[in-house]
Design a protein around this ligand. Structure first.
Ligand SMILES: [Zn+2]
Length: 163
C-alpha cells in the first residue's frame, strides 16, 4: 500500500455516498480453486463453459477469459502476452492452490482468422488446434510444477472434447 495513503483523510462511506449501482452481499470466505480455466471470450461458447464446469464438477474456478483461449500460450502475438497469461495461471496456483489447468480452443475462433482460414475445412482446423494445444501444454509443462494437471479442450458448435 502507498505509505502516504494512511495519512490522507479519506472516508469510504462519504466517498461512495449516492453512488451505489447494486446492493449485494458477497461471501468473504477464501477458497481453493478446483481449476484455472483459460477460455476464449467468444460469447457463443459461454453456455459451453457453464456446462463444462458443471460436468467437471468445478465449483470454484479462476477464469482467464481472453481472445483465442490457449492461443496466447501456444502462438502469442508477442512474448509479453504469453508471460502475462502464465502469470495469471501462476497467481491462481499461488493464491488458490489450483491443481488443474484447462486450456480451451474453439472452432471458428476470430484470433485464428475463423474457420475460413482453414478453407472451411474442419479437419484442417482441428489438426492445427491439436498442434497448438501441444505447444500450449509444452510451454506450461516447462513452467509449472509437475504436479499441476494440464488439459486442453476443443469446443465447437456441437460440444466439448479432450484434445
Ligand atoms: Zn475465439
Amino acid at each position: 500500500m502507498n505509505p502516504d495513503a494512511s495519512l490522507i483523510k479519506f472516508n469510504k462511506a462519504e466517498f461512495l455516498s449516492g453512488k451505489q449501482i447494486i446492493a449485494l452481499e458477497t461471501a468473504k470466505d477464501h477458497y481453493h480453486a478446483d481449476a484455472a480455466v483459460v477460455w476464449c471470450f467468444d460469447d457463443r461458447f459461454s453456455s459451453a463453459l457453464s456446462v463444462f464446469l458443471e460436468t467437471k464438477q468445478i465449483k470454484r474456478k479462476d477464469l482467464v477469459c481472453i481472445a483465442g483461449g490457449l492461443k496466447t500460450l501456444a502462438s502469442p502475438d508477442n512474448e509479453n502476452d504469453r508471460t502475462f497469461v502464465l502469470g495469471q495461471i501462476l497467481a491462481s496456483i499461488a493464491l488458490h492452490h489450483t491443481p488443474t489447468v484447462y486450456l480451451m480452443v474453439h472452432s471458428d475462433c476470430g484470433k485464428y482468422g475463423g474457420l475460413q482460414t482453414f478453407g472451411n475445412d474442419e479437419n484442417a482446423e482441428l489438426r492445427h488446434y491439436q498442434l497448438e494445444a501441444k505447444r500450449a501444454v509444452d510451454f506450461l509443462t516447462a513452467n509449472l510444477e509437475a504436479s499441476i494437471k494440464i488439459e486442453p479442450v476443443f469446443v465447437d458448435f456441437t460440444g466439448v472434447w479432450k484434445i
